[in-house]
Design a protein around this ligand. Sequence first.
Ligand code: PGA
Length: 254
Amino acid sequence: MKSFLIIGNWKLNKTCKEAINYVESFKKSLRVKKVQCGLAVPFTALGALSDALKGSDILLGAQSVSDQSQGAYTGEVSAEMVKELGSSFTLIGHSERRHIYSESSKLIQEKVRRAIDEGLMPVLCLGETAQQREQHQTKQVLKDQLFSAIDGLTKDECKQIILAYEPVWAIGTGHAATAEHAQEIHKNIRDFLAEKWGEELSSLVKILYGGSVKNENILQFLSLNDINGALVGGASLNAESFADMVNLVEENET
Ligand code: PGA
């Protein structure tokens, strides 16, 4: 995999037509060789974007998948289905899924299992709420979220996971974490991985930062030791400015 990974998370935005227009201008504006970028899009846009992205290095992904593979689960979409439509990754455990849709740790663990079984790369999101932070529970919350989500995976399976640290208080608020906070937490997460699987695996796993990442602050996050990329919500919705962000990272890559 290339060095930095920047993923745009569109959330509940863009019809299929809008998605195709976006990708056309995104591809035109993007000038990257080393930086890898990806788009986590609504299920409905996957098929069309898989065609629109053919021949490009842009990764296509879903924002969630079912914990089930098939059967009587109305409204669910399986890992196999999104893979068939061209996804190579899926977000799992985004804070909006955990908090608005009450996804439990157990459910997230099963989704990770299902994604791995289908060969879909899980981008596992972790993050503490403002209240947990104020009560100094950040480290424990993240450790619990991580260990519960990867419980039952082998060491090799763990290598296929990408982590995203997204403090809930920073998502969509315009108040990103400070660089110092982000670095400290990413290092903590790496230490948790090392505790379970050893230093080698811990240094291999990519950990992205997410939460109010913008063109103005992305470089400060990516200059830090333990940050391997970014998960970008609001600032990924405009094709030209998101391409500018990724180009900026490319230009400053050492
Ligand atoms: P934001 O969202 O960049 O709009 O804060 C990030 C995310 O939810 O992944």
